[in-house]
Design a protein around this ligand. Sequence first.
Ligand code: HPA
Ligand code: ZN
Length: 325
Amino acid sequence: TDLPALLAAMPKAELHIHIEGSLEPELMFQLARRNGVTLPYASVEDLRKAYAFSNLQSFLDIYYAGASVLLHEQDFHDMAWAYLQRARHDNVLRAEIFFDPQTHTARGVSMETVMGGLHRACTDAKNLGVDAELILCFLRHLSEQEAFETLEAALPLRDRFIGVGLDSSEVGHPPEKFARVFARCRELGLHLVAHAGEEGPPEYVWSALDVLKVERIDHGVQSARDPALMQRLAQDRIPLTVCPLSNLKLRVFPDLAQHNLRALLDAGLVATVNSDDPAYFGGYINANFLQTFAATGLDVRHAYQLARNSFEGSFAQASAKRRYI
Ligand code: HPA
Ligand code: ZN
């Protein structure tokens, strides 16, 4: 079989994509012009040159600055629509899309503007054959109080998102900081996920599970350092939304050949492959599959396993999941 062709063509779900991280430099400059925003870069090439990261924080600084061009509902729509077309191209049938409202509300952009544009793109995506839903992420470098205020602002639009997540600077901001926010979200019937074990220690994965009670772990690659945690993740079939090119660009692993995706799969974990912030890390979901398989020698059985894991790990309706798998 032609493995690259199989990887590209196989149906898949994407469970870890930050919509602000899908904003390509070309669209960023287009929106800057449309909105009269001045970017601190002279050109698309100049901006791309700045995409040389040494860790998570060095990326986040540039990622938040890039979002400053997003002002109007149409801007959020256009960004999400561009991603959804890419997703269709990569045969993504289900996309669970993160967004960071605090990055926008802090600049005076309303929750209605943000979610209005993103949700309209998700609705339009039905015509592409992509089933897309939104997950609201709290910025963990901000306070519990600010997270509660963000939740309050979003609740009038409760039918436009299926869950909440936790992202931004991980080390120094453990999951416990948001215990009460997640408890409230759980009462509201929202799905729960959190970034944990990207740069942070296995302890953060434990507390995401036991304190926040999340259903999935975003990244989670540091779990491999803790055998008892690996056993827990395998036993409870907790999906890990792994993002290999992100891990490479943020230097979580020195090169793709050293990535532990294969070890996670071989340990029986429900690991999945995702793009995280494709405009910044140099590849959408199929590029993540192709480059990781080429570098680590994963085979056709791993390909099927990862495709099945992506649908099993998704929050799609059980009936839809059965159809996908
Ligand atoms: N980690 C934490 N926060 C993020 C990421 C990430 O990989 N991408 C966008 N926000
Ligand atoms: Zn992420």
